[in-house]
Write a protein that binds this ligand. Structure first.
Ligand SMILES: *Cc1c(COP(=O)(O)O)cnc(C)c1O
Length: 386
C-alpha cells in the first residue's frame, strides 16, 4: 500500500448554514444548536486545482485539503471513493436521454456510506474520541464498524430488527456491538440518544455530526472531475437522510468559489419509496402530514421517516430548480431486472429507484430528450440477501 503525504487541510471553521454563526472547528461539535441545523465545515477556498487535489491518490483523500482532517496520521482509510462513472448506452438509446451511472457499490463495505464514515472516524480520532454510536438503516452501521475497527475505536450500531442478516453479521464480524430495535431508523435514533447520554459515546447520527457530510461531498468533486467540469443537467439521488444530496450541492458551491466550475448547476432530484416518502410530501404539500406513516422498504437506505436535514434538502431542491418524487416497491423490483438484463449491472433497490424516477420524469416532460442525466447506484445488491 502506498503512503501518500497529504497537504494540510484548508478547513477554518464550522458554520450554521442558516444564520451564519461560526463554531470552533477544534471543539467536538454535533450540530448548530442556534438553528437546530447540521453544521457546515468552511474552508479557505482560494486554491488552484493542482494545489488542492492530490492527483496521485484515487481515494477521497485526493481532496484532503478540502476535508477537515489536519494530521495525516489520523486518516482512517480503506480506499473509499474513486468509483467508476459508467455510460448506459442501451438504456440511453431506449429512453432518448444520455444516462450515466455513478457506481458507489464498489466502495469498502459495499456502499457510499464509506465516504462519510471514513472522514467522520478520522476526525473523531483526531478529536480523541474512543467510542462511536450510530443509528442506521444498515449500510452506515457496517461502514462505521469497519472504520472503527481500523481506527482501534469502539463502535455501537443500532439497526432495525428487520434489516437483512448480511448487514447485521457484517457489524459483528468487524467487532462492533450490535443492538436490534423494533421499528425504523427513527426508533434506533431515540435508542442511540439514550446510549450517548448513558455512556458518553459520540453520536454519529446522520448530519448530527458535521464530518460525514464532508466525506459525502467528495462524490460531487469526483463527478465534476470525471465529467471534465461539465456537470449533467439532472442528478437523481435516492434520498434517506440526504447527506449525499446536500454534500454534492455543497461541493458544487465550493467548486464555484474555487473557480473550477462555471455556468449552470444540475437540477437535483429526490427519489423516495412510496413506503416512506416524507421529503416528497414536504416538497409537494409544504409539510409532512400529521397522519404520515412509514413502513420498511426493500430500499432500506431510503426508509428515513424524520430526516434531521429536511430544511437543507428543501433548499437544494429550491436553489437547483429540482423536484421530488415517489416510486413504488414493485417498480423498484422491476427496475432492477430491467437494468440487469439490459446493461449487465445489478443495482441495489435504491439505485433502481433512481432509474424508475428518471422514467417518470421523462414521461412527465420534466426531463427532455437529449438531456444528460446522472443516476446513482449507492450500494451493492449483494448485501440485500436475508
Ligand atoms: C444511506 C443510503 C441511501 C440514502 O443516503 P442519504 O445520503 O442518507 O440520503 C441510499 N442508498 C443506500 C444504499 C444507502 O445505504
Amino acid at each position: 500500500m502506498h503512503i501518500t503525504q497529504h497537504s494540510t487541510s484548508l478547513a477554518t471553521a464550522l458554520q450554521c448554514p442558516r444564520c451564519g454563526r461560526l463554531y470552533n472547528i477544534g471543539d467536538i461539535q454535533s450540530y448548530a444548536t442556534c438553528c437546530n441545523q447540521p453544521l457546515f465545515t468552511r474552508y479557505r477556498l482560494d486554491q488552484p486545482l493542482h494545489q488542492a487535489v492530490d492527483l496521485n491518490d484515487h481515494s477521497i483523500w485526493r481532496y484532503s485539503r478540502l476535508l477537515p482532517v489536519f494530521e495525516d496520521q489520523n486518516i482512517v482509510s480503506l480506499g473509499e471513493g474513486g468509483t467508476p462513472l459508467y455510460t448506459l448506452p442501451a438504456l440511453s438509446q431506449q429512453h432518448e436521454v444520455n444516462i450515466r451511472l455513478k457506481d458507489e457499490s464498489v466502495n469498502p463495505t459495499g456502499s457510499f456510506k464509506a465516504r462519510g464514515i471514513s472522514v467522520a472516524v478520522s476526525r473523531a480520532k483526531e478529536l480523541g474520541i474512543h467510542h462511536c454510536i450510530i443509528p442506521t438503516a444498515g449500510n452506515a452501521g457496517g461502514a462505521l464498524s469497519a472504520y472503527c475497527a481500523k481506527a482501534g475505536m469502539k463502535a455501537t450500531v443500532i439497526m432495525p430488527r428487520h434489516t437483512p442478516l448480511t448487514l447485521q453479521t457484517e457489524c459483528r464480524m468487524y467487532g462492533a456491538e450490535l443492538m436490534l430495535v423494533d421499528g425504523l431508523i427513527s426508533d434506533c435514533g431515540r435508542r442511540a440518544q439514550q446510549l450517548v447520554a448513558q455512556t458518553g459515546g459520540f453520536d454519529m447520527s446522520t448530519l448530527k455530526e458535521p464530518y460525514r457530510l464532508e466525506g459525502k461531498k467528495t462524490i460531487g468533486y469526483e463527478i465534476a472531475e470525471q465529467l471534465h467540469w461539465q456537470l449533467p443537467d439532472v442528478i437523481i439521488y435516492p434520498t434517506g437522510g440526504g447527506t449525499g444530496l446536500i454534500g454534492m450541492w455543497k461541493a458544487f458551491a465550493e467548486m464555484k468559489q474555487l473557480g473550477w466550475l462555471t455556468g449552470k448547476l444540475p437540477r437535483m432530484v429526490i427519489v423516495q419509496s412510496a413506503n416512506c416518502d416524507p421529503m416528497v410530501q414536504l416538497f409537494q404539500q409544504g409539510l409532512i402530514p400529521a397522519d404520515f406513516s412509514a413502513s420498511p422498504s426493500i430500499a432500506y437506505g431510503l426508509a428515513v421517516p424524520t430526516p434531521f436535514a429536511k430544511d437543507l434538502m428543501m433548499d437544494v431542491l429550491q436553489q437547483s430548480n429540482g423536484t421530488a418524487l415517489t416510486v413504488t416497491e414493485t417498480e423498484i423490483t422491476l427496475g432492477m431486472r430491467r437494468i440487469a438484463t439490459t446493461e449487465g449491472l445489478l443495482l441495489s433497490p435504491e439505485g433502481s429507484a433512481t432509474y424508475i424516477g428518471m422514467q417518470h420524469l421523462i414521461a412527465d416532460g420534466w426531463i427532455q430528450e437529449g438531456e444528460n442525466v446522472l443516476l446513482f447506484n449507492t450500494g451493492s445488491w449483494y448485501k440485500y440477501r436475508s
